[in-house]
Design a protein around this ligand. Sequence first.
Ligand code: AMP
Length: 289
Amino acid sequence: MMKIIRSIHEMKEQLEINKSKQIGFVPTMGFLHEGHLSLVKQANQENDIVIMSIFVNPLQFGPNEDFDRYPRNEQQDAKIAEETGVDILFIPDVREMYPEQMGISMTIEKGTNVLCGKSRPGHFDGVITVLTKLFHIVEPTRAYFGLKDAQQFAVVNTLVNELNFPLKLVGLPTIRETDGLAKSSRNVNLSPEERKEATSIYSSLKVGQKIIVDGIKNPDTIINEVKNYLQKSTTATIDYVELLSFPQLEEMTHINETIILAVAVQFGRARLIDNIILDCNGQQIDRIE
Ligand code: AMP
């Protein structure tokens, strides 16, 4: 039977009971889909117990972002989590996580002046703050993140390394719909027409990958091809198309190391992101530790 825990105090009691066990941790914002569940399944294979958190973290949403509109369905999430093998589901409310105005603020500079960091100021500060709290509350052996949010993975990697968190970070591949669209809780905010167009996000990344496989190593050429493709195939506004080293997230003039090719587009009510991580020959890299 899966346990549902809502307080930090009860979570600490559970840790006492599971003292000698290896803990796999999957932090989420809920409205679970196959992407989240793939992390749970992998965590189950590599640890004694799996703890999932569901917390829509107000600190990582900007004033004009979708905090209030973010989809939530706790009952269904609990059912799916249990069926997939979560042992402990931690669902704190905002008051439990932030009982008062924080007296400490965390800021991450490395890797945040690119990609989503540019258009979402403060977002990754909110991410590292909540994860610092969750890592201390859950004390995981391993923490699992999807590479769909690759910049988040890079930022958490910096957090864990620079602040010496005693845990291992695992990054796992993006799970997609059969037509290639990356699974996302935000996909429910797409109109039927937008949903059709949204498949071109992944196709645009594949166009970029093909150019790299064909031997083109100049980032600007690749970025332009991807942008052209997107402009022709969707009415969404392109927020960015970027090609950077991974996980350093630095610009380069010639591809000679692992790279991320990443896209963000804005539809009417949903901002969607996607990326592929490739070696210098254009072959996809799936697991990162
Ligand atoms: P979220 O609930 O959107 O904050 O996501 C929680 C975790 O699930 C993060 O580590 C995400 O990167 C991961 N995740 C979200 N969507 C996917 C996906 N389509 N494939 C793999 N992982 C995902």
